[in-house]
Design a binder for this molecule. Structure first.
Ligand SMILES: CC(C)(COP(=O)(O)OP(=O)(O)OC[C@H]1O[C@@H](n2cnc3c(N)ncnc32)[C@H](O)[C@@H]1OP(=O)(O)O)[C@@H](O)C(=O)NCCC(=O)NCCS
Length: 179
């Protein structure tokens, strides 16, 4: 019998659901306040996903908690990373702290790659902060290669209307999908 408690101590990857975000999920993406600051970004991206230019994937625990996510830009102004045909860009890839190191991130990335392959995409690009050794190691293990250095400068507006500027030097990594 499969363990069905909603605990990070007892679960199998097959007990988890990966599905696209619904409007009702948007508050859950804020992770009990940790990502409150990205509320506007989530709402804007949700609208973009409704037009078919982006995908918002979430991992749902057996108890219905959103415990991981990966967003995919299929078609953006940056044609070299998301051209709507062969190149897609993965971002906001994360797993809730207490669920990490159990294979969920790897499982989610494999799901995202399979989905993009089915849609005909050939290249996945992503940025990873240079200091994020955990993610860098995971991406390398999954076959992503560093292709350039990025200044990692971007900004977002929080729900109070305050504009935040972020500077996070990053590696740009790419993987060619095969098969
Ligand atoms: C990066 C991140 C998404 C990885 O998620 P995760 O669910 O912990 O990923 P995994 O469990 O698949 O892999 C993490 C490590 O656990 C190990 N692991 C996987 N399954 C395991 C298991 N059953 N038991 C023990 N260890 C396991 C993996 O080997 C991996 O180590 P390695 O990459 O050194 O080989 C997560 O750390 C995170 O959310 N970080 C904060 C946000 C972030 O930095 N995102 C990336 C932005 S670019």
């Amino acid at each position: 019998m499969s363990p069905t408690t909603d605990s990070e101590d007892a679960f199998r990857l097959s007990d988890l659901t990966i599905r696209q975000v619904t409007r009702a999920d948007l508050p859950g993406l804020e992770w009990e306040g940790e990502y409150w600051k990205f509320r506007e970004m989530f709402a804007n991206l949700y609208r973009t996903s409704q037009s078919g230019r982006a995908l918002m994937w979430v991992v749902v625990s057996p108890g219905g908690e959103l415990i991981g996510q990966a967003f995919v830009m299929l078609n953006s102004g940056e044609r070299d990373v998301a051209d709507g045909a062969s190149r897609a860009y993965v971002f906001s890839f994360r797993v809730k702290d207490k669920w990490r190191n159990r294979g969920i991130g790897t499982h989610l990335m494999a799901f995202v790659e399979d989905d993009l392959r089915r849609r005909g995409y050939q290249f996945i690009t992503l940025n990873v902060a240079k200091e994020n050794q955990v993610a860098l190691r995971l991406y390398k293990r999954l076959g992503y290669k560093v292709i350039s250095a990025q200044p990692g400068i971007w900004s977002y507006r929080d729900p109070d209307g305050v504009l935040h500027h972020v500077k996070e030097p990053a590696w740009r990594m790419m993987k060619k999908l095969t098969g």
